[in-house]
Design a protein around this ligand. Structure first.
Ligand SMILES: [Ca+2]
Ligand SMILES: [Ca+2]
Length: 241
């Protein structure tokens, strides 16, 4: 009887840990990017950048532009299997020269909610010839790239007189598909490689959709109940011996 209970207990434990609380690794960037986030371009973690500090823990990540060795949008689109022209489509009338992007492949269920904090900082001059534009920070979810902020969105002072920032904002979106998708962030240089821009991010969290949460709660309840039974059986046998 005890052997059967232990087998059931192990199977239940395995089933519970198969349901991730958050499958985003190092979403708070308290560890270096390597080993958790894939990167193309110029990305790193910091405690301070242009007067900004982390919204979770001590460290946050940033993607920078206007540095050497940044990949073209075509290279990023091929690497991430995105449709050709994805990044240019965000800026009609302009073109993306290069960009930096960080991403993870994440197992998701439709209804999961992805959230994180972001701040965009750049030199707001010269005034963009097209609006909105030109440089932008973006979020990548599956094969969709959505702008978070543009060069002409920055208005708050930073620790450098040449730069302004949006300050920290929160992003939240419900995932529409089930499967393994890319979740990422980045910043682009539009038209020229001058005037660096920075997208800062912190606190990536994936909250399971309600059904998974319920199943996880039920699994924990069953596990605790069976642990109690095993303990009681052990006590009774111990008492008889
Ligand atoms: Ca952090
Ligand atoms: Ca730029």
């Amino acid at each position: 009887m005890i052997r059967v209970s232990i087998i059931v207990l192990l199977m239940t434990t395995k089933a519970i840990f198969a349901v991730p609380i958050s499958s985003i690794i190092n979403g708070g960037f308290e560890a270096p990017l390597s080993g958790s986030w894939n990167t193309l371009g110029s990305l790193d973690t910091r405690q301070f950048l242009l007067g900004q500090t982390a919204t979770e823990g001590q460290e946050f990540a940033y993607a920078a532009t206007a540095t050497s060795g940044m990949p073209s949008p075509a290279t990023v689109e091929q690497t991430l299997n995105l449709p050709s022209g994805t990044f240019d489509a965000v800026v009609p009338g302009d073109f993306v020269l290069s960009l930096s992007v960080g991403w993870q492949q994440v197992q998701v269920t439709a209804g999961d909610v992805i959230s994180f904090d972001w701040a965009f900082a750049t030199n707001p001059n010269p005034i963009p010839t097209n609006s909105p534009g030109p440089d932008y920070g973006f979020v990548l979810i599956d094969d969709a790239v959505a702008p978070l902020a543009w060069q002409d969105d920055v208005s708050l002072p930073t620790s450098n007189d040449n730069f302004k920032t949006t300050g920290w904002h929160s992003f939240q979106q419900t995932i529409a598909t089930t499967g393994v998708i890319n979740i990422g962030f980045g910043a682009t240089d539009v038209t020229t490689g001058s005037y660096p821009s920075y997208l800062m991010v912190d606190n990536f969290v994936l909250v399971p959709e309600p059904t998974s949460m319920l199943l996880m709660s039920l699994g924990i309840s069953i596990l605790l109940t069976r642990r109690g039974r095993v303990a009681r059986v052990g006590l009774r046998r111990g008492g008889r011996d």
